[in-house]
Design a protein around this ligand. Structure first.
Ligand code: FAD
Ligand code: SF4
Length: 539
C-alpha cells in the first residue's frame, strides 16, 4: 500500500503555526459557475460526501460539494463548552412517530463541512464479517451484496488516513492499528478493571484521535471535548482528514447551500443537476453525475422531495424502498459511583471497548449482540442522565456535586432493520417550504431483549470494579439505513457500488446505504464503503 501522504495530503496541508485552518487553501480554491457542467456534484460534505469528493478530485474530476451548513473554522467557530456547541447540530424541524419514537433535533446529526463527525465521539471500529450476512447466518436482518473481504483494504486505507489508534484488535477479522493505544483515564481504568474481574476482554481503542503527531496535526491534549468539536485538530473529521486534500486537487466546497431537489430529465431518466438555496436565492447547479450524502434522515427526505412526473412517489422509489429499514442502535448508558474520584472528563470520552458480546450466542434468547464502550458525559449530559432517572431539585443537585465520583459506560445494541421503521414526508414544512421528514420507529422483541442484556452486563462490570451504586438510562445512537444497498431494486435503492438502481448517474454515498449496522459505530464503515464506490467510479 502506498504511503498515506501520497494518497491523501490533508494533514500536511493544515497550518503548523498554532492555528487550525489553512485559509489560503480555502481562499484560492477553484470556484465553478452554476452553468459549468460538473463531472460530479456531491450533496452533503460529511463522512461519506467528503471521502468521495477527495477521491474524485485526486482522480482529476471536476467536482464540487454543496453543504447546508457552514465551512467551520475550529479557531473561531468552536468552543470547549457543552452549552455553547448546539450550533454544531442539525436542528431543523423533523417529526417523530412510532411506538418507540427516537428523539431528534439535538445531537443526532451534524451540519456543515465535516458533517456529524465534527461532534462524533471518535470511535472507529470495523464491522465484523458476520455483519454482511446476518440473514444467512442468523435468519435476521439482511445480507449485503458485498462481503467483508470487499471492504478490508478500504478499512485499512481509511484507518491510516484518520489515523486510528488502538490495541491489537482480537474481534471480527483480527487486525492491528497504525497508531499505538492512548493512555487511559479514570473511566477507562475502571472499565478495564471490572471487565478483567469478570473474564470479559476489553481493549483500548479504536479511536480516530492522533496519538503522537500526524502531519501538522498535534497530539491529543486529553481535555475531553471531543463531542463539542476538537479545537486542537487531534480528533479526525473530514474537515481536516479529507477536505484539505480535495481543495488542493481542484474541488470546490460550497457551504450554506441547502439542496432542495434533484433534477432528472423526464426523457432520458438521467440526473442533470440540483436545485439549491443560497442566501435565500434559489439556484440550479448543472452536473453530469450527482451523489447524495446528506445523512440517513435527510437523504431519503431529499429523494422523496424530488418526486417528478417520471417518479411520482419520490425519486428512486418505484419499489417503495426509499426511507425504509432505517436503523438506530439501542444505546443504554450505565453510570457507577465510586468512593475514589474518577474524574471521567479528564480524557477523551472514547477510550476502551469490548466486542465480547457482538456475535449471536445460541444460548441467549436473542439474535446478534452488543458492544460496550466508555462514554464519559460532561456535566450537562451528566445532568440529563440523572434527570432521565427521575431525579430533580435537591437530589439532582446532590448527584451533580458528586460528579467527579462517577464512571459511565454505554452499549451499542444491534437493533434489526425493519421495513416499517422509515422516513416519510410530513405535512409540516421547513423554512424553505419543503416537507420535513417524519421518522417512525418501533422496536421489535429482539431489540428490547438486547437492551436488557446490555444493561445487565454493564451493571455487572461497574459493580465488579467496585461501584456502590449504579444507574442505567435508555438511549439511542447512530442512525443508518433508509436507502439501502441490495442485490436488486425490489430490495433496496442502490447497488453494491452505491449507484441507484433507478437513475444510472445518481449515487448515494453515506450511512443511508448500510443494510445492517452491527454493534459498531458506523463512520469508518461509511467512509470505507464510499472509498470503494469511488474506486469503482474512477477505476
Ligand atoms: C453525538 C454523536 C456521537 C457519535 N459518535 C460516533 C463515534 O464515536 N463513532 C462513529 O463511527 N460514529 C459516531 N457518530 C455517528 C457518525 O458521526 C455518523 O454516522 C456519520 O458522520 C454519518 O455520516 P454521513 O455521511 O451519513 O452523514 P454526515 O456526516 O452527517 O454528513 C451529512 C452532511 O450533509 C449535509 N446535508 C444534509 N442535507 C443536506 C441538503 N439537503 N443539502 C445540503 N447539505 C445537506 C449536512 O449538513 C451534513 O454536513 C456519532 C454521532 C453523533 C451525533
Ligand atoms: S480530548 Fe483530544 S481529541 Fe478530544 S477534543 Fe480534546 S484534544 Fe481533541
Amino acid at each position: 500500500m502506498s504511503s498515506v501522504r501520497n494518497r491523501n495530503e490533508s494533514a500536511w496541508l493544515l497550518p503548523n503555526d498554532g492555528t487550525r485552518t489553512n485559509h489560503a487553501l480555502r481562499r484560492d480554491m477553484r470556484r465553478f459557475d452554476d452553468r459549468d457542467e460538473l463531472d460530479l456534484l456531491v450533496v452533503g460534505c460529511g463522512a461519506g460526501g467528503s471521502v468521495l469528493l477527495q477521491r474524485l478530485a485526486r482522480a482529476g474530476w471536476k467536482v464540487a460539494a454543496l453543504d447546508a451548513g457552514p465551512f467551520w473554522d475550529p479557531d473561531t467557530d468552536w468552543v470547549s463548552d457543552e452549552a455553547g456547541s448546539h450550533h454544531l447540530y442539525w436542528t431543523e424541524p423533523r417529526v417523530i412517530s412510532g411506538s418507540d419514537p427516537v428523539p431528534l433535533g439535538s445531537n443526532n446529526s451534524g451540519r456543515g463541512v465535516g458533517g456529524s463527525m465534527i461532534h462524533y465521539a471518535g470511535y472507529t471500529p470495523r464491522f465484523h464479517p458476520s455483519d454482511f450476512r446476518t440473514f444467512t447466518q442468523n435468519g435476521v436482518g439482511a445480507d449485503w451484496p458485498i462481503g467483508y473481504g470487499d471492504l478490508r483494504s478500504y478499512y485499512q486505507e481509511i484507518e491510516e488516513e484518520l489515523p486510528v489508534a488502538g490495541e491489537k484488535w482480537p474481534w471480527g477479522d483480527p487486525h492491528t492499528y497504525p497508531y499505538r493505544p492512548h493512555p487511559v483515564g479514570g473511566n477507562g481504568e475502571l472499565f478495564l478493571r471490572g471487565a478483567d474481574k469478570l473474564g470479559i476482554t476489553a481493549k483500548v481503542g479504536p479511536v480516530a484521535i492522533v496519538n503522537g503527531r500526524f502531519g501538522n496535526r498535534p497530539h491529543c491534549i486529553y481535555r475531553g471535548f471531543c463531542l463539542q468539536g476538537c479545537k486542537v485538530n487531534a480528533k479526525a473529521s473530514p474537515l481536516i482528514t479529507h477536505i484539505p486534500d480535495a481543495l488542493a486537487h481542484g474541488a470546490e466546497v460550497r457551504p450554506d447551500c441547502m439542496v432542495t431537489h434533484i433534477e432528472v430529465d423526464e426523457h432520458t431518466g438521467r440526473a442533470t443537476g440540483v436545485h439549491y438555496v443560497r442566501d435565500g436565492v434559489p439556484r440550479f447547479q448543472k452536473a453530469r453525475m450527482v451523489a447524495i450524502a446528506g445523512y440517513s434522515i435527510e437523504t431519503p427526505r431529499l429523494l422523496l422531495n424530488s418526486a417528478s412526473k417520471r417518479f411520482p412517489d419520490g425519486l428512486c422509489n418505484d419499489f417503495d424502498q426509499v426511507g425504509r429499514y432505517l436503523m438506530v442502535q439501542g444505546a443504554p448508558q450505565t453510570a457507577g459511583r465510586f468512593d475514589a474520584e474518577v474524574r471521567m472528563y479528564k480524557s477523551p470520552p472514547p477510550e476502551v471497548s469490548s466486542e465480547d458480546f457482538y456475535e449471536t450466542d445460541p444460548a441467549k434468547p436473542y439474535q446478534r449482540g452488543f458492544s460496550i464502550q466508555t462514554v464519559s458525559p460532561l456535566p450537562i449530559t451528566w445532568a440529563e442522565h440523572i434527570a432521565a432517572q427521575g431525579h430533580w431539585g435537591a437530589a439532582l443537585r446532590e448527584y451533580m456535586s458528586d460528579y467527579v465520583h462517577w464512571s459511565c459506560l454505554g452499549a451499542l445494541c444491534e437493533f434489526l432493520p425493519q421495513p416499517g421503521n422509515r422516513v416519510t414526508l410530513a405535512e409540516e414544512t421547513d423554512r424553505h417550504g419543503l416537507p420535513v421528514a417524519n421518522f417512525s420507529y418501533s422496536q421489535c422483541e429482539n431489540d428490547t431483549r438486547l437492551m436488557k442484556a446490555a444493561q445487565s452486563v454493564m451493571e455487572d462490570i461497574l459493580h465488579a470494579a467496585g461501584a456502590d451504586e449504579v444507574i442505567t438510562i435508555g438511549r439511542y445512537a447512530h442512525l443508518v439505513g433508509g436507502a439501502r444497498m441490495a442485490a436488486d431494486e425490489r430490495h433496496g435503492v442502490v447497488d453494491a457500488g452505491c449507484r441507484t438502481f433507478a437513475v444510472p448517474n445518481l449515487y448515494i454515498t453515506d450511512g443511508s446505504v448500510l443494510p445492517t449496522q452491527g454493534s459498531a459505530n458506523p463512520a469508518l464503515t461509511i467512509m470505507a464503503v464510499t472509498a470503494r464506490a469511488a474506486d469503482q467510479l474512477t477505476g
